[in-house]
Design a binder for this molecule. Structure first.
Ligand SMILES: [Zn+2]
Length: 381
C-alpha cells in the first residue's frame, strides 16, 4: 500500500448516530474508496455490507483498536474526522434523500413517488425488472407477490443472480430494491395472489398515497384476478404479458379516474374485435377459446425488457396522472390495449408475426369495449 489517500463517502447525518455506534458499509481497496451507509441497522438490509469500524465516543476511549475505520467527532460541532487504517481520509458527504434521485429531477415527481405504492403480482422476468425500474424511478413502497423460488433457468432473464437461486423470488427482488433505495418499504409474500389475505392488500393501499396494481403473472387468468382486485379497490391497473417466445407482448391498463372497460371486459370482447382485423389476425385469433388458452412464455431478456419498458412508462404516467405538471410519455397516446412487437420475422413469431405491419411497427393500439353486466366495470362507469 502506498501513501495514496482513501476517499470516504459518509452520510450527511452520520454525526447524529450515538457515540460508539458500529459503522457499516463497503470498502474497495483497489480504488481506495469507502462507502459508509450507517449503523448496524442500516447495514442489516444490505448484502455484502460489513462492519468497517466505529463512531468514536466524543471523549476519551480509543474505540476498537483493530477497527479499520475510525470516525471521530472533531472540535467543531458536527464536523467528523475519518481515519482508514490509521490514515486520514478525504471525506465526501452524501444525502440519500436528495442525491439518490437527483438524475430523475425535472422528469419525475420524486417526493410524490416516494409515497406511492406498487403491488407487483409476479416477480419473474417481467416483475423483477418492473420492480427495480420502478425503484429506480423513485417509487417508495412495494408489495411483492409470487409463490416461486428462483431457479437456474430463470437467470438469463431475471434481475437476480446465482447467489439467489433457491431463494423466494419475492425476497431476492426485495433485497435488490433496497440496494437501489435503502429507504424503500418492501412487503413480500411468497404466495399465489389468490391466497393472499385481501386485508393485507387494502392495508397497503390505505395510506393517503397512490397505489398501482401491476400484473406480471405468466397467464392472462392470473392477471385477471389481479385486475378484479384492482377494480374492487379502485386502483389504477397495468398488465404486462409476453407472448410465445416474446416475439411480441401486450399491455393493458385501466384507471379509476375515467370510465373505461375493465380487463375482463376487454378480453371478453376482444376475440370478436380482432376477427375484424386482417386475415392473418383471424387465423391467429380464430376464436375466444383460443385467445384464452394463449400462454405467456417469455423469451430472451432484451425482448422482455422492450415490452416491459412500455408498460412501465404507462405505469409512471398513471402514478402521475393527478399532477398537472407531468407530461405523460404514453398515457393518452396509447389505447387501453396495446400490442408490442419485437419482430416481424415469421421464424420468431410464426404466422402470428404477420398481425404486425411491415416494416416493424412497434406498437398497435386496439380499442376495447365493455362486457355485458360486468361487475368490476361498475366502479368506473
Ligand atoms: Zn368490465
Amino acid at each position: 500500500m502506498g501513501e495514496a489517500i482513501t476517499t470516504a463517502s459518509i452520510p450527511a447525518d452520520l454525526a447524529q448516530l450515538a457515540d460508539g455506534s458500529a459503522l457499516y458499509g463497503y470498502a474497495h481497496a483497489d480504488t481506495r474508496r469507502l462507502l459508509v451507509i450507517g449503523d448496524a441497522q442500516a447495514g442489516a438490509g444490505q448484502p455484502g455490507a460489513r462492519q468497517l469500524g466505529w463512531l468514536e465516543p466524543a471523549h476519551g476511549h480509543d474505540g476498537d483498536a483493530e477497527a479499520a475505520l475510525v470516525v471521530r467527532r472533531a472540535e467543531a460541532a458536527g464536523a467528523l474526522q475519518v481515519l482508514w487504517q490509521g490514515r486520514p481520509c478525504r471525506v465526501e458527504t452524501y444525502a440519500l434523500e436528495t442525491d439518490l434521485f437527483s438524475r430523475n429531477s425535472g422528469l419525475l415527481e420524486t417526493a410524490a413517488l416516494q409515497q406511492s405504492g406498487v403491488i407487483i403480482c409476479g416477480c419473474g422476468s417481467v416483475g423483477s425488472l418492473a420492480a427495480l425500474d420502478l425503484a429506480r424511478s423513485g417509487v417508495g413502497r412495494f408489495l411483492l407477490v409470487d409463490p416461486d423460488l428462483l431457479a437456474i433457468e430463470n437467470l438469463c432473464r431475471h434481475q437476480c443472480g446465482l447467489a439467489d437461486v433457491g431463494r423466494r423470488k419475492v425476497e431476492a427482488v426485495a433485497e435488490r430494491i433496497r440496494q437501489i433505495n435503502p429507504q424503500a418499504v418492501v412487503h413480500s409474500h411468497a404466495l399465489p395472489l389468490e391466497q393472499l389475505d385481501p386485508a393485507l392488500i387494502s392495508r397497503f393501499c390505505s395510506s393517503n398515497s397512490d397505489t398501482l396494481m401491476l400484473a406480471c403473472a405468466d397467464s392472462r387468468r392470473a392477471d385477471r384476478h389481479a385486475a378484479r382486485l384492482a377494480a374492487a379497490l379502485a386502483l389504477p391497473f397495468v398488465a404486462i404479458g409476453l407472448w410465445e417466445r416474446a416475439f411480441a407482448g401486450e399491455i393493458f391498463y385501466s384507471h379509476p379516474g375515467e370510465p373505461m372497460p375493465c380487463y375482463g371486459c376487454a378480453f371478453d370482447g376482444l376475440a370478436e374485435g380482432l376477427t375484424a382485423r386482417p386475415e392473418p389476425g383471424r387465423r391467429y385469433y380464430s376464436n375466444e377459446t383460443e385467445l384464452q388458452k394463449l400462454q405467456f412464455q417469455p423469451g430472451i431478456a432484451i425482448d422482455i425488457a422492450h415490452v416491459t419498458g412500455i408498460g412501465l412508462k404507462l405505469a409512471l404516467d398513471l402514478l402521475h396522472r393527478c399532477n398537472p405538471q407531468h407530461v405523460p410519455r404514453l398515457l393518452g397516446q396509447l389505447s387501453q390495449y396495446t400490442l408490442v412487437c419485437n419482430s416481424n420475422d415469421p421464424r420468431l413469431g410464426g404466422e402470428r408475426a404477420e398481425i404486425f405491419s411491415h416494416p416493424l411497427q412497434v406498437t398497435t393500439s386496439i380499442q376495447v369495449g365493455y362486457g355485458q353486466g360486468c361487475p368490476p366495470c361498475r366502479w368506473s362507469c
